[in-house]
Design a protein around this ligand. Sequence first.
Ligand code: PLP
Length: 369
Amino acid sequence: MDKRARERIVAKCERFVTAWTAPGDPAETFRALADRVGPRLDVYGGGDSVQRLESRVAELLGKDAAALFPSGTMAQQIALRIVCDRSGCSTVGFHPQCHLDVHEERGYAHLHGLHARPIGNRNRLIARADLDEVGEPLGALLLELPQRDLGGQLPAWRDLRAQTSWARRNGVALHLDGARLWQCRPFYRRPLREIAALFDTVYVSLYKDLGGLGGCVLAGPEDVIAEARVWRIRHGGRLSTYEPMALSAERGLDAILPRMPALVRKAREIGVALAEVDGIDVVPDPPQVAMLHVHVRGDLERLQDVVLEIAKERRTLIAGYLAPTAVTRVQMTEISVGPATLDVSTDEIAELYAELVRRAAKPRRARAR
Ligand SMILES: Cc1ncc(COP(=O)(O)O)c(C=O)c1O
């Protein structure tokens, strides 16, 4: 099926199992922002809305200072550059599936001359024992909570503490890729500031989970954040206004963050229900945050076609994409649970995924009869 035909089917969908595929109502978003806007728009990040947001996130994360950035890609390179400059060591340790390495064209190396030291196995989380294998000085250790490319896995609190203590003992700066840190509180049963306290610098996204119009916040010590603001200019990140990012992020903090425990419960429910379906595996099993990966048995193209058949018949999009895995005839998709997901009952999600596997297993001709 060509791209246009696919888009036409998706455009007619009314329900979306994975939150980021839900188009939302742009006009409603802008109306809601209009209600929040003050007498003056932010100019170059100095406005009230931006300062309010920065203080609010700093407070939530228990950090002295915070700054708004146009993207996590920019903010994290800058955080690592600063702490590595200070330690005089340009090597950064991180998981082999670290976002900076896999999805950001290795900007940290090209723009900042930093070197990567992958730690542990790409198919599981970093464990305390992996750190003993590093065997070379590190300028920084970056941990990602939750680890997105592993379906949103989190280390046990005790293991996380052991890893961060190792870094402290060895004088290694700790940076948290907390793109989806908002989802972690129910698993750890601790306030975000207690999780963030294990790290020197923390990045959180404003558009993942919170549904903002882009951007992120980098939080940490006053002097690091002051220097990060200089690097933000060097990176071309001093926007003429951050108003839409700041206002929409505040809206997310007010309206979505308090719902996070319910979203995590829903992800867990979906995981439990899908794990019962023949031909489906859930990663992790059970889900730990408001996302999960679903591994589905079947041929890639056939599964993609059936997702669209179901979308057409039921006006429900059950998967935003399907991608191959290392296992032949097993494909994966990511379910990110957001407010839109709550509109589809867990039983129906399991029923639709079972239907997906069943139809995909039938040869095309047999189905046509
Ligand atoms: C774990 C993780 N870190 C960092 C980023 C980068 O964020 P941004 O899209 O704001 O550059 C992403 C984006 O998907 C992410 O998933």
